[in-house]
Every structure is written in structure tokens, then in C-alpha cells.
Design a protein around this ligand. Structure first.
Ligand code: ADP
Length: 610
């Protein structure tokens, strides 16, 4: 029920996008339509000069009264008339070619622009969807929808409507002329049509099913590729290349099988049409020649018939190709509509206000949250953080620390309770401005293949080099960046693989700081670092000015005296809250963990020194 509602909404959005695009392209559409009519006329005219030459010049048949002037002209200037008619053959071909060229260029333009518009809409839509959608969707699937489904639609939009309408006009035009020349013969040709159409209908249904399966498999292959390539280091480390290869082979084999099935059906359609076409042509030639012998039609008329026959069946053959394309397009359109129909869980309210110059006072009031219905991750969390406080959130893995931060960033909506920032409900702020006010450093350092300066200014586009350098100084990164051969212009390899973990982390810290955020959130910034790198990062955190609310999620209970408050989470509940000293006094487990980590660190340092 919900699914179909999403689909209906998506289809409406999809139709609106296409509708407005076609409306904007109406001049081009009219031009393409005009060209199409021209091409059709040329096609209908094509065999006529030859018919005139054959009937009235070569065979010297008596011309109908309307063409009587031709016989007189031939007697006076025979070669000139021949030359003129032959030139007509060339002119018709040239005009037809020129119009086809214009038509195909204009329709391609409409198609390309459609892909462009559709991709912009889709990308904006996908970016606006909540993280819960993205965590549940395979990125490869989205890639296929954005890249290849839109492309399939382009082909369908440019080729199908014009080709189909062209074929229909040609078809009707030809039959009108054919009936005018000889209705009996036309009826014979028409009689083969129902057999052909019903055969094509059955085969096309099969094509639709296999094409749908093929598109779904393509999207699974893209998903798997994206997944494998993004975790190639893990695959290589664990020696799972062969297993991944087998998985990939399995998907590709399915795709190959369905692809071959589609190809077989499409080829069958073409053959069926060719065979029926050949039989019809043979019948036409037989009956036509008989009619010529009985002087019911001229040899030139037969020529027109036979040449129309060729034109009659090639569109039908084409229609089978178009129907494959159409099947693919409907699958793609359905998939795009499904995506467009998904509503973002989190919207900006119409009266949302910009978050600027926040003091950084945060309050959680009985906040609960579940990623999946029925599996709560946070339970009735309540706490308050005063402006400028430094907070450490500690607790076992999976206790909900990162989730808490995601709620603060409004990446998710609490299932229950209220989160306020500077005494306002978080939902009252515009999300973009809110996220600008909160600097975040994640455990996974995400750096782009760009210069260090660009990496730092990501999210603060207008930051000048001075601001970038100040942020780097604050993040304890300026020194090592200055020592690099290219300094701030050094281009980082993909994912920052040319830098050490600590250096990457400090660049990320600088990136968070360059926005001058009111609140800084660090999610296990030292988790994957060696103790020396961790010490650099900790030193940077310690130096960060105190007028900024700072929340640090950490496993390392080192330097905890730095924090104004420590929150101890367990299983989504706030089980303890206080200063380092208070927790040491009150919580035996905390004291034990601190002592243990401190001993480990001392041992590690002495081992490193010896
Ligand atoms: P921590 O940061 O303390 O390690 P998290 O906040 O990451 O804990 O996770 C808390 C719980 O929520 C865990 O049980 C985790 O499996 C679950 N969880 C985290 N992210 C998601 C998600 N995107 N979808 C479903 N469950 C999630």
C-alpha cells in the first residue's frame, strides 16, 4: 500500500519533470515534427519519378490527362525530361537526408537536455533524502538510476515518439496511395497485418519481461562493483579476491543469460517480420504482375507498390527494436519514479530560521531513537551542555554515542523527546545552516583527491588562505603541511592515502575548524591512530579555544581531566555524568578503565623507547 503510494507520487513527479521539459522544448519539438512530415513526404514521393520514366517514357503508356503534358514534352525534349526526372530522384534523396539529419539532431538535443534535467532533479532529490535511506540503499543501485536509467530514457524519448509517429504517418500515406492505385492488391497486403501484429505482440511481451530482469541485474552488478571497489583494501587484506570474483561472475552470468534471451527474442522478431515481408512481397509481385498483364495497372504502379512494400516492412522491423527500447524505458522510468516518490524523512520547516552565531547550548529532553522500528538504540536521554563546555562521551561500542551526534546534526529525527540548541527546537533551524554551525570530525577521515587547501576549505568555500592556515594551526597541522614540497597546494591522493592517519585526522580537524563553528564534534578522533599521532591530535583538541562547545566521543580515557563533563553511555542510556574526578570517585569501573589505559600507555611508551 505504502509502496504503491510512493510509486504514484514518484510517477506524478516524474511526469511533472518530463512535462515541464517538453513544454520548454516545444519549439524544438515542432521543428522535429515538421522535419518528420517532410521526410515522410519524401519517402512517399521517392518511387514516383521512376514510375513516370518507366510508364510514360520507356513503355510509352498513354498518360492520364493530368500528365498529358509529359508525353508532349518527351517528344520534344526526351533527354531533358529524363534528366529532370532523374534529378528529382537525387533531389528527393538529398532533401530527405537533410531533413532526417535536422530531425535527428533536434531530437537528440531534446533527449540530451532531458537527461540533464532529470539527472539534476534526481541528484538533488537523492541528496535531500535522509541518511536512513542512504544506509539502507546500495550506492551502486543509485548510480545505475542516475547514470544509465536516465540515459535509457533519453534514447526512448528521442527515438520512440518520433519514429513511431513517423512510421504511422508513412504507413497511412502509403496505404492511401496504394488504395488509390489498386485496392485489391492493397487488401491482400493489409490481410497479412493482423498475423504480423499478433505475433509481434506476443514476442514483445517476452521482451518486456527479459528486459526488466536485465535492468535489475545491471543495477545489482553496479552495486556489487561499487561495494567491492570501495572496500578493495579489505578484500585484498583478507585474500577474498577469488570469492568476490565468483560473486561477480554469478551476477554477470545471470545477466549474460537474460541478455542472450532478449537478443534471441529480438532477433526472432526481426526474422519473423522479414519472412512475412518476403512472403507478402512475393504475393504482391505475383498478383501485381497478373494485374499488369490484365492491364488493370501499369508496370510503374507495380514498381511503386513493391517499393512501398519495402518501406512498409522496415518500419515494422524497426518497431520491434523500438519496443525493446520501450520496454527498457518503462523499466527505467518505473525505477526513477520509485526513487522520486521517496519522501525525505527530514524537511526544513517553511518558517525555518538560519542558525548563526550560536552560543552552543545543547539540551536533550527524554530523547529516544530507533533506526529500525521496534529496535530502540537510545532510551530517554536527558542532559544539558552549557555554552563553551567540553564534553566527552564514553561508553562501550554500540552504546549509541555516534547516534547521539547524528541526532544533534539532524541527520535523523528522534522517535521521542526534544533536542534544543540555544533554547530552540533543533527542527526550527534550517538544516544547512545548522550543519554549518557544527564542525564534525569523523573517525573515518574522508579526504578528496584535491589540494590540502581545498580539502580544508571544503564546506567553507569562501575561506581564504589565511583562514585555512589559521585553522590548520589550530588543528596542529600547519607545521607538517608547510614541510610538504607543495605546501598547502600538495594534492592528496584518493582517500588521503599519501598521508599518515594522524595527518589526515588533523586536516579533517582543520576542515571542521575553518567554518568557525559554534559547536565542534569529534567522533573517536584518535581511535585508529598510534599513540604519537593520537598525542598530536589530542594536543590540538586541547588547544581549541574554550569559547566553543566541544563534544568528543572517545574510547581512550586519556587526558580526561580536560573535559568539563563526561557522559558515560551504556546500551543507549546515560548511566553516569560528571567531571573526571567525580566519575573516578563514583564509578569504580571508570576508575578501573582509566587506570588500565594509563598503565597500557606507559608500558607502550617504555617499549617504544627501549
Ligand atoms: P557507538 O557510536 O556507541 O559505537 P552507534 O551509535 O554507532 O554506537 O550505534 C548504536 C547502535 O545502533 C548499535 O547497535 C548499531 O548497531 C546501531 N546502528 C548504528 N547505525 C545504524 C544504522 N544506520 N542502521 C541501523 N542500526 C544502526
Amino acid at each position: 500500500m505504502r509502496q504503491s503510494e510512493t510509486h504514484r507520487r514518484g510517477r506524478a513527479r516524474f511526469r511533472a519533470i518530463i512535462g515541464s521539459h517538453l513544454h520548454a522544448a516545444k519549439k524544438h519539438l515542432a521543428l522535429a515534427g515538421g522535419c518528420l512530415v517532410g521526410v515522410t513526404l519524401m519517402q512517399l514521393m521517392a518511387p514516383w519519378p521512376l514510375k513516370l520514366i518507366l510508364d510514360y517514357i520507356l513503355l510509352q503508356k498513354p498518360a492520364p490527362p493530368s500528365l498529358a503534358f509529359l508525353s508532349e514534352l518527351y517528344h520534344t525534349w526526351p533527354l531533358t525530361v529524363l534528366a529532370v526526372l532523374a534529378t528529382f530522384i537525387a533531389i528527393i534523396a538529398i532533401v530527405s537526408g537533410a531533413l532526417s539529419y535536422a530531425q535527428s539532431f533536434v531530437t537528440s538535443k531534446i533527449g540530451h537536455q532531458l537527461v540533464f534535467t532529470l539527472r539534476q532533479h534526481l541528484f538533488a532529490h537523492v541528496q535531500g533524502l535522509s541518511l536512513s535511506f542512504h544506509t539502507q540503499t546500495r550506492s551502486g543501485e543509485l548510480l545505475t538510476k542516475l547514470a544509465s536509467d536516465t540515459q535509457t530514457l533519453k534514447n526512448a524519448f528521442t527515438d520512440i515518439p518520433l519514429a513511431v509517429s513517423g512510421h504511422i504517418v508513412t504507413f497511412l500515406g502509403m496505404f492511401v496511395i496504394m488504395f488509390a492505385i489498386n485496392w485489391e492488391l492493397s487488401l491482400i497486403i493489409l490481410a497479412t497485418m493482423p498475423i504480423l501484429v499478433s505475433g509481434l505482440f506476443l514476442l514483445n511481451r517476452k521482451i518486456l519481461t527479459t528486459t526488466r530482469a536485465q535492468r535489475e541485474q545491471e543495477s545489482r552488478i553496479a552495486s556489487q562493483l561499487a561495494e567491492s571497489l570501495s572496500s578493495i583494501s579489505v578484500i585484498q587484506t583478507f585474500g577474498r579476491e577469488r570469492i568476490e570474483q565468483d560473486r561477480f561472475k554469478q551476477e554477470s552470468t545471470n545477466h549474460l543469460r537474460t541478455g542472450l534471451q532478449t537478443a534471441r527474442t529480438t532477433a526472432a522478431v526481426t526474422r519473423v517480420v522479414s519472412i512475412i515481408g518476403a512472403i507478402s512481397t512475393a504475393t504482391t509481385v505475383f498478383f501485381g504482375a497478373w494485374q499488369v498483364l490484365k492491364a488493370r495497372m501499369t508496370p510503374g504502379d507495380l514498381l511503386v507498390f513493391v517499393s512501398y512494400m519495402k518501406n512498409l516492412y522496415s518500419p515494422i522491423k524497426d518497431l520491434s527494436k523500438l519496443s525493446t527500447q520501450f520496454s527498457k524505458a518503462t523499466v527505467s522510468a518505473d525505477r526513477i519514479a520509485d526513487l522520486l516518490g521517496i519522501e525525505p524523512e527530514i524537511h526544513d520547516r517553511p518558517d525555518a530560521i538560519k542558525a548563526t552565531h550560536l552560543r552552543g547550548e545543547i539540551r536533550f529532553e527524554q530523547v529516544s531513537f530507533a533506526y529500525l522500528e521496534g529496535c530502540p538504540v537510545l532510551h530517554d536521554l536527558s542532559f544539558q551542555i552549557a555554552p563553551g563546555q567540553r564534553i566527552a562521551i564514553i561508553g562501550p561500542s554500540g552504546s549509541g554515542k555516534s547516534t547521539l551526534v547524528s541526532l544533534l546534526l539532524r541527520l535523523y529525527q528522534p522517535s521521542k523527546g526534544l533536542i534544543t540548541l540555544d533554547d530552540r527546537d533543533l527542527a526550527e533551524y534550517e538544516r544547512e545552516s545548522l550543519r554549518h554551525e557544527i564542525g564534525v570530525v569523523l573517525q573515518d577521515t574522508l579526504l578528496f583527491r584535491a589540494s590540502i587547501a581545498d580539502n580544508i576549505s571544503y564546506g567553507a568555500d569562501h575561506a581564504g588562505l589565511d583562514q585555512i592556515m589559521d585553522a590548520a594551526r589550530e588543528a596542529n597541522a600547519h607545521e607538517f603541511i608547510s614541510k610538504l614540497p607543495g605546501g598547502y597546494d600538495t594534492v592528496i591522493a584518493e582517500r588521503g592515502s599519501t598521508l599518515s592517519g594522524g595527518q589526515r585526522q588533523r586536516i579533517c580537524l582543520a576542515r571542521a575548524l575553518v567554518k568557525q563553528p559554534s559547536i565542534l564534534v569529534l567522533d573517536e578522533p584518535t581511535a585508529s591512530l598510534d599513540h604519537q599521532s593520537a598525542a598530536y591530535v589530542r594536543e590540538a583538541i586541547a588547544r581549541i579555544q574554550a569559547n566553543r562547545t566541544t563534544i568528543v566521543i572517545t574510547h581512550h580515557l586519556v587526558g580526561m581531566e580536560l573535559f568539563d563533563q563526561i557522559f558515560l553511555l551504556d546500551d543507549g542510556r546515560l548511566v553516569e555524568q560528571g567531571t573526571h574526578q567525580e566519575l573516578l570517585d563514583r564509578h569504580a569501573l571508570y576508575a578501573h578503565l582509566c587506570a588500565q589505559q594509563s598503565n597500557d600507555l606507559t608500558r607502550l611508551r617504555s617499549n617504544t623507547l627501549t
